[in-house]
Write a protein that binds this ligand. Structure first.
Ligand code: IPE
Ligand code: IPE
Ligand code: MG
Length: 243
């Protein structure tokens, strides 16, 4: 049924995923090093997370570091890893007290032991929370995720736990990092780039997309609210012809 944009009851997105892009350009515009932009970007996350309950957003997934981002300079990569460690230490209590359940997706193998330890602790510390489910994609790539999932699936076939004939489109998602999460309803990318850069490839097959010019460190709760409202006015047909 087409939705009435004037109807305040229109449903907003339940799961919003954000490609937080533009930190480097934000810093560059101020004559500062790229890491200055990453720090400013990290500070935006709290406001966005806190806006979620009021907007009916139960799941928020943010892209923090891609499997391709290792191609950056050693200084930037090391600075980002240190930022992730410090961010987790600094935010754990607030996240826990505010009812946020945190999960990480991506391949942990390449991350350092200290960071993995902090990620595990944050997941454990917040596992009873249910107000907002915040998922952080860290060393995440959609293709890498599908490849790792396929490896696990193939292992189950080899072990006789799964029959090849039983594999259908419900099977693979059970092996993805996101297996406990619903698919994103709305994917937002900041910074003016209109590409998905290997984010949630399988899961976003039917997501609505918003590509906005705002650089991530300038993104606000008000902008999220505007995008959620415009999502509510969209007619999601999923391939069907509306009655
Ligand atoms: C996004 O900002 C953050 C990460 C990819 C880690 P960028 O660092 O990509 O910023 P731009 O795109 O260079 O401006
Ligand atoms: C995507 O941004 C990854 C994250 C936001 C973490 P990039 O800046 O790495 O993507 P490209 O290089 O523009 O495709
Ligand atoms: Mg970028």
């Amino acid at each position: 049924m087409p939705k009435d944009p004037h109807n305040a009851q229109v449903a907003g997105p339940r799961h919003v995923a954000i490609i937080m892009d533009g930190n480097g350009r934000w810093a560059q515009a101020r004559g500062r090093p790229r890491l200055f932009g990453h720090h400013a970007g990290a500070r935006r996350v709290r406001e966005v997370v806190e806006a979620c309950p009021g907007l009916g957003v139960k799941y928020l997934t943010v892209f923090a570091f891609s499997t391709e981002n290792w191609k950056r300079t050693q200084v930037e990569v090391a600075g980002l890893m240190s930022l992730f460690r410090r961010y987790i230490v600094k935010e754990t209590r607030t996240l826990k007290d505010n009812g946020i359940r945190v999960r990480f997706i991506g391949d942990r193998v390449r991350l350092d032991a200290k960071l993995i330890d902090l990620m595990d602790t944050l997941e454990r510390e917040t596992q009873e929370n249910d107000l907002v489910h915040l998922t952080v994609a860290l060393n995440y790539g959609g293709r890498d995720e599908v490849a790792r999932a396929t490896k696990r699936l193939a292992r189950d076939v080899a072990d006789g736990k799964l029959h090849p004939e039983d594999v259908d489109e419900e099977t693979l998602p059970r092996y993805l990092d996101t297996r406990v999460l619903p698919d994103p309803d709305l994917v937002i990318r900041t910074s003016g780039e209109a590409r998905i850069s290997n984010f949630l490839l399988w899961q976003s097959a039917y997501s609505e997309y918003e590509f906005i010019d705002t650089l991530w460190p300038d993104f606000t709760a008000a902008e999220l609210e505007r995008l959620c409202k415009s999502f509510g006015a969209r007619d999601r047909r999923f391939g069907a012809v509306p009655a």
